[in-house]
Design a protein around this ligand. Sequence first.
Ligand SMILES: CSCCC(=O)C(=O)COP(=O)(O)O
Ligand SMILES: [Mg+2]
Length: 278
Amino acid sequence: MTHTARVVVLDIEGTTSAAGFVQGDLYDYARPRLRPWIEAHADDPAIAAAVSQTRADGGLSPDADVDAVVAVLHGWMDADVKATPLKTIQGQLWAAGFAAGELQSHFFADVVPQLRAWHERGVRLAVFSSGSVASQVPWFRHADAGDLTPMIEDYFDTVSAGSKREASSYEKIASALGVAGNEALFLTDLPAELDAATAAGWQVVGVRREGEPNYGGDFGRHPVVATFDEVDVVAPGGFAAGAGRAAGGFAAGAGPAADGGAGGFAAGAAGEADGEQS
Ligand SMILES: CSCCC(=O)C(=O)COP(=O)(O)O
Ligand SMILES: [Mg+2]
């Protein structure tokens, strides 16, 4: 299927990358490190807020101790609950793990070639994941295929954009990227996210990969693919694979954030979140 879009926005888990890897390697890395991380970063306002929110959302008393907080966080991980305070804490410690060379990301084999193809055609690329921006950036930086961050213009999470199941989050992202809703294409494995993006006027494609948790989901009338190979994207006024660049297209990597425009979360700026020098 061919889509004409200025920007493709990517979900991570179940879409670009295997849920088993996130819930296996990454979660296993996080489990024993949550408590020491919380204790060592108790003065960090983001961690303090995440701990308070965990107490509130986890049904604990406001002065519950760190053991109780960690128990709630472990329970959320066991059920893969995409709770924002969990994602904040995980994101910080995963960023440190990537920076220390202790973690490597995973992308399905069909993903990176298509990202490169779309990018070369002038289609802008961004990410919207429940995983925090602090973890998204090193995820794309430490891929087997190399550093993918030069292709990614912007990153959004549930703190910067809001819930992935709310249309308003997609409206906010489109505004930050400087595009109309129908100029954005969202790829995700979760039908509820397809519903929300559609309600915001976005183009959507459901990614239904065999073996992934949402393979058996009800995708309703949304278009569905098994791999990125089935998704062809061209920029408005751009060109199809193998053709020359047409007038009216714009350079790959250009866009509001790359141009220093307002409202975005520029790759370079967000890249500092993983504690590495670009
Ligand atoms: C950036 S890697 C960690 C991904 C993560 O924690 C997560 O919850 C991904 O959820 P998604 O919204 O991408 O399905
Ligand atoms: Mg997903």
